[in-house]
Design a protein around this ligand. Structure first.
Ligand code: DLL
Length: 432
């Protein structure tokens, strides 16, 4: 099922023509209305009329999160504030948050694109959707809400938190689709099990999860525990929020809404395009946004494009699930390590709970990494010998996956803080 069949199955060459026309219009608009882009283009001697093919985009400079911060709050808006009907901001765990705006038209486009993603994930107007993303400055709650209403589904805007209440409402209101972060979905699933409620007393069929990285193993765990079809969806506030890309029920990569976003994958060091299908940093240019267009925004997210066509019939190219962020990458003893690799190993080991935290510290000149892993109660209270065996096993598996040795500490069930939003997997003590 498609939401906008003609746009989702458009021939590639026709879509590329559309992308080019929209790119040209966007460049003219930012050159005219946003002093930041005008100055940047002019100082580099770039005439927007010289951009005549999609590849010509490589002549343009990148935009970074720092550029957004430097122009806090409204410096990069391309329309006067009176045209803006909504403002969101990213949480900004470090430094200043970034502020984004939407015109009436932007909200319409956004709702439509989220509706596409919901439809691709199996949702119809007959569904009862529980949105357990935070409503507020975060784009997750409102973004998915508007898309779900656009489809005509029944929306429960419960927001995040109060897990016991989430579960009661899920049961009483006969929720068929749960929307939240994958880590929160897992917390809900575990809480249901602890409360001793059988999963068959729920009406859940689908789960749409995003806003943080997760692994295939975690998908399997959530699907088994909640008895649902779980899909991944991706977006970021700087570009729009949710609705940038999402999986269809094939669950094999996320279809990018390419008629609205032009994507590139670059080598984050050389800043050159990687070979087709190779892993690199995703760079996004918006093609239709009015209030807050971005040109070549460096997402810091690592992924690769999947060039093969998808059996679902959509011609929108897919991206592999986000493997991590360039700024989440730990360099340990000279080796690049992503939290997702560690997660992958832990999910495969019997007796470990899918909850972990990576503690990075510095001992002398060396980075020192300890992975805290929750283990089931019998193991935690088991004899020392058995615990040591498990620690050794985890260490061995991690060493073979990562290529370096890291410390492992078993901790009691529930001792790692649970998150109702984005999970915090890495604690970096080096910055303190
Ligand atoms: O997280 C938007 C969103 C809300 C997407 C709800 C999907 C669902 P930000 O708070 O600006 O926006 O965070 C954006 O989160 O650059 C990625 O690093 C990460 N991220 C988002 N979706 C995924 C995903 C929202 N499916 C940042 N897989 C992005 C992995 C994701 N990482």
């Amino acid at each position: 099922m498609y939401w906008e069949p003609e746009n989702e199955t458009m021939k590639r060459d026709e879509r590329e023509q559309l992308q080019l026309e929209r790119l040209e219009a966007t460049l003219n608009r930012v050159h005219m209305n946003v002093p930041f882009y005008r100055k940047k283009f002019d100082s580099l001697g770039i005439d927007t009329d010289d951009i005549r093919s999609l590849d010509d985009i490589r002549k343009l400079p990148f935009t970074t999160k720092n550029d957004l911060r430097d122009n806090y709050p409204y410096g990069l808006f391309a329309v006067p504030l009176r045209e803006v009907v909504r403002i969101h901001a990213s949480s900004g765990t470090t430094g200043m948050s970034t502020v984004v705006g939407y015109t009436k038209n932007d909200i319409k486009t956004w709702s439509n694109l989220v509706a596409r993603i919901l439809t691709a994930a199996g949702i119809t107007k007959d569904d009862v959707i529980q949105i357990a993303f935070g409503y507020g400055l975060f784009t997750g709650g409102f973004g998915l809400h508007y898309g779900a209403e656009r489809i005509g589904a029944s929306v429960i805007p419960i927001s995040s938190g109060n897990t016991a209440r989430q579960i009661k409402i899920m049961q009483d209101f006969r929720t068929t689709a749960l929307i939240c972060t994958p880590s929160y979905a897992l917390l809900i699933a575990d809480t249901i099990a602890e409360m001793g409620i059988g999963i068959n007393s729920f009406s859940l069929k689908y789960g749409l999860f995003g806003a943080e990285p997760w692994s295939e193993a975690m998908r399997k765990e959530i699907q088994d525990k909640l008895k649902i079809v779980a899909t991944d969806n991706y977006g970021l506030s700087e570009v729009m929020g949710p609705g940038v890309a999402g999986e269809c029920t094939e669950r094999n990569g996320l279809h990018i809404n390419e008629d609205h976003f032009l994507v590139e994958v670059i080598n984050p060091e050389t800043l050159e395009a990687v070979a087709p299908g190779e892993v690199g940093e995703l760079v996004i240019t918006t093609l239709t946004k009015e209030a807050f267009p971005v040109i070549r925004f460096r997402t810091r997210d690592l992924t690769r494009l999947i060039p093969e066509p998808c059996p679902c019939g959509r011609t929108l190219r897919r991206m592999h699930r986000v493997m991590g962020r360039t700024d989440d990458m730990l360099i340990i003893k000279g080796v690049n390590v992503f939290p997702s690799q560690i997660e992958h190993v832990l999910f495969d080991i019997e007796g470990t709970e899918p909850h972990y935290q990576i503690i990075v510290d510095r001992k002398g000149a060396m980075d020192d990494v300890t992975v805290k892993v929750e283990v089931s109660e019998p193991i935690f209270f088991d004899e020392m010998k058995k615990q040591n065996e498990l620690v050794d096993l985890i260490k061995r598996r991690l060493a073979s996956e990562l290529g370096i040795g890291v410390g492992v500490k078993l901790v009691e069930k529930k001792s790692i803080e649970r998150s109702e939003g984005k999970a915090k997997r890495v604690i970096d003590l080096r910055k303190i």
